[in-house]
Design a protein around this ligand. Structure first.
Ligand code: GDP
Length: 743
């Protein structure tokens, strides 16, 4: 596959401006002076192939950030000569987020690259948290596709206001009206056109601006000359109708405008624009733009839309948590003003080990940071001196002297993980909300194919685990294997391939294994006395309490509460109890899986003046859990995936049968124009090898995506076979167990 992705464009473009130093200085100057109202931090999200890369490239071209325009998949064949991650090119997906900035009508627009593939949700979510608004790109032919829905859900979770851009008007079968109705029915957006196409498919001439009641044409070789004209005669009726529809939608979504409308007072274009802006920021309305990036139509008005309707950093409320030991953390509203009076708070949202060394992308949420300042990592409490402050245009960077709230910037050589908070004053105890990090659901054994590559292997593992909190690595004592775990088979395979390509270290992966969990069905009391008082330093500790199952929505968590009163267990020993509990939670009795969905309530106990220690309580807690293994009623939980399958209608029956066979539950099906989309919830354990099966049963036309949804109890027979398999592997299994498994 020889195609370019969004990241490629961001990266490759850096080359074309490398020598343009003057232009860089101009940008640097602007960047420092920018007031908050003139900043937009946006993302461009889309289903693969909707045209995100093409659109980004056009944006950078029209904003003067690059001087030439490449065709994606173009004749100039840039794809083959670019030095960026070859893997992305092969897979055709963007798997790294970067940030770049540009200027449009004196507004500084930071574009944060949001990776599209569902296996990389953490990167998407991290990026979404950092940006203030987004452009949702939809294909005028494909419409609302599976990933558009995923991205839509994520935007909702992080409350990101968005504009929709229906791209590819020029393609055969383009139907923006259908896409609009899908946005309403499938995504539940209160959406309406703010533009109309003047002709579609090969007839696509320009667009109509419904607010300004004019038509817009894009002249010149690259559509760089925007020409305004009257609305064509034959489109006036339609344009009036659609404008009326827009106004009605706005009057429903925005109270102030609704009043004007109901009282039949006159309103201006500015009133309409203000209503779009207000309701878009509140996410009660989505303005819909149209165009074709490839044919250079509609991009400049979309940029106007970004400036007009998406929020500046000051219009978004961002909170930090004020942590105090022993107390619940308090939510504190951060001050995004750019006077720099408040203490500096920023979030590291992306680490990248590139050719310039380790680069940490950050967003400043409060205060200002100057070159030469010292900042602290809240998690590790380590101090970092800021020797260089950098603003980014993809791989190309420019030095700045200071950054303020709302800015995206980068630092060199900072030791941290993505998601860490940096401040100038540790005493404030402020940390930005931690990002929702899903638990890994699949693991595989991993080994360098050639043992001489061990060094490179360790380097690669160290870097990837640091950059991606959903990618884990550990050594399993029982199986004596090194294991990686992550969010899906593809996720792990991509890292394996990156090791080979970037670190010259081919690796061998084992069979994928699902990360099951073990939990209690009913609460189980414990009363454990650990005593060893013969010779030497004695050990004496007693713990009494209950181990309880947590409600289903918390079934991936572990909680520990100290409910003791008085001094039967002196406070200094309580951490020992907690550690004991957590150490036992690493491996359950049923199948050696992690424990989860449990709450350890420490209620009472006993100690000895001389012989008790934190360690004795650690051992006592371990004993207590071992007791609950014997006494309690345990069950196995398995990850359930939300699966979406698209294929031609004639294969629907076969696909449903496959899903049923794999213990899936079909939650909905819908059909459009000869294709169906089926949503189902299927245990991950039953999904291995599905890609091949789907392909062969749909003549290669079917596609599916899946995403982690939740953990649920396994079916009894599945649980039995998991237990039998585990016992077998541990050499514990009596003969009859093996037979049972075979049956
Ligand atoms: P991405 O995967 O969302 O980044 O999409 P790309 O920008 O790589 O585009 C995917 C394919 O769609 C490429 O072959 C583009 O040339 C093509 N494409 C992008 N925009 C348009 C458009 O407006 N019209 C048409 N006909 N094709 C487009």
């Amino acid at each position: 596959m020889n195609r370019i992705t969004h990241s490629h464009v961001l990266k490759s473009i850096s080359k074309s401006i490398k020598n343009n130093h003057k232009c860089m200085c101009k940008y640097a100057k602007y960047a420092e002076q920018k007031s908050l109202e003139r900043i937009r931090n946006i993302g461009i999200s889309a289903h693969i192939d909707s045209g995100k890369t093409t659109l980004t490239e056009r944006i950078l071209y029209y904003t003067g950030r690059i001087e030439t325009m490449h065709e994606v998949k173009g004749k100039d064949n840039v794809g083959a000569t670019m030095d960026s991650m070859e893997l992305e090119r092969q897979r055709g997906i963007t798997i790294q987020s970067a940030a770049t900035y540009t200027l449009w009508k004196d507004h500084n627009i930071n574009i944060i690259d949001t990776p599209g593939h569902v296996d990389f949700t953490v990167e998407v979510e991290r990026a979404l948290r950092v940006l203030d608004g987004a452009i949702l790109v939809l294909c005028a032919v494909g419409g609302v596709q599976s990933q558009s829905l995923t991205v839509n859900r994520q935007m909702k979770r992080y409350n990101v206001p968005c504009l929709a851009f229906i791209n590819k008007l020029d393609r055969l079968g383009a139907n923006p009206y259908r896409v609009l109705s899908q946005m309403r029915s499938k995504m539940n957006h209160h959406a309406a056109f703010v533009q109309l196409p003047i002709g579609v498919e090969s007839n696509c001439k320009g667009i109509i601006d419904l607010v300004g009641e004019k038509s817009i044409y894009f002249d010149g070789q690259f559509g760089e000359q925007v020409r305004y004209d009257e609305v064509p005669k034959d489109m006036r009726v339609e344009s009036d109708e659609r404008r009326h529809e827009l106004i009605e939608h706005l009057s429903n979504c925005d109270d102030a405008f609704g009043e004007l409308y109901l009282e039949e007072k006159p309103f201006t274009q500015d009133d309409i624009k203000a209503a779009i802006r207000r309701s878009c920021l509140k996410r009660t309305f989505t303005p819909v733009f149209v165009g074709t990036a490839l044919k250079n139509k509609g991009v400049q008005p979309l940029l106007d839309g970004v400036v007009d309707f998406l929020p500046n950093p000051g219009e978004v409320e961002n909170y930090a948590l004020k942590e105090k030991e022993g107390e619940e953390s308090q939510k504190i509203l951060l001050d995004s003003s750019r006077n720099g009076n408040k203490p500096f708070v920023s979030l590291a949202f992306k680490l990248e080990a590139g050719r310039f060394g380790q680069l940490t992308y950050m967003r400043c949420y409060q205060g200002k940071l100057q070159k030469g300042d010292n900042i602290y990592n809240v998690r590790t409490q380590k101090k970092v001196r800021v020797a260089r402050l950098i603003r980014l245009h993809s791989n190309n960077m420019e030095d700045v002297n200071e950054v303020y709230a709302g800015d995206i910037f980068a630092l060199f050589g900072v030791d941290c993980a993505s998601g860490d908070t940096f401040v100038t004053d540790l005493k404030l105890n402020l940390a930005l909300e931690s990002i929702y990090v899903p638990e890994p659901v699949v693991s595989m054994s991993i080994n360098p194919t050639n043992s001489k590559d061990r060094d490179n292997f360790s380097k690669a593992i160290a870097r990837f685990t640091k950059e991606d909190p959903t990618f884990h690595y550990y050594y399993d004592d029982d199986s004596r294997e090194t294991i990686v775990s992550g969010m899906g088979e593809l996720h792990l395979e991509i890292y394996a391939q990156r090791m080979e390509r970037e670190y010259n270290c081919p690796v061998t992966l084992g069979k994928p294994k699902v990360a099951f969990r073990e939990t209690l069905i009913f609460p189980c009391e414990f009363d454990y006395f650990h005593k060893k008082q013969s010779g030497g330093q004695g050990q004496y500790a007693k713990v009494i309490g209950v181990l309880e199952p947590l409600p289903p929505h918390k079934n991936t968590l572990l909680e520990f509460v100290d409910e003791t009163v008085g001094t039967n267990i002196p406070k200094q020993y309580v951490p020992g109890v907690k550690r004991g509990f957590l150490s036992m939670a690493e491996k359950g009795l049923l199948a050696g899986q992690k424990l989860s969905g449990l709450k350890f309530r420490l209620i009472d106990g006993a100690h000895h003046m001389v012989d008790s220690s934190e360690y004795s309580f650690f051992l006592a807690a371990q004993g207590a859990i071992r007791d609950t293994f014997d006494k309690g009623n345990w069950q196995i939980l398995e990850p359930i995936m939300s699966v979406e399958i698209t294929a031609p209608e004639e294969f629907q029956g076969a696909v449903i049968a496959q899903i049923n066979k794999r213990h899936g539950i079909v939650t909905s099906t819908e059909g459009t124009e000869g294709w169906f989309i089926l949503h189902a919830e299927v245990p991950l354990n039953d999904m291995f090898g599905y890609a091949g099966e789907l392909r062969s049963s749909t003549q290669g036309k079917g596609e599916f995506t899946m995403e982690y949804c939740r953990y649920s109890p396994c079916l009894p027979e599945v649980q039995e076979s998991i237990i039998a398999e585990y016992q077998n592997s541990m050499g514990l299994s009596p003969e009859k167990d093996k037979k049972k498994k075979k049956n």
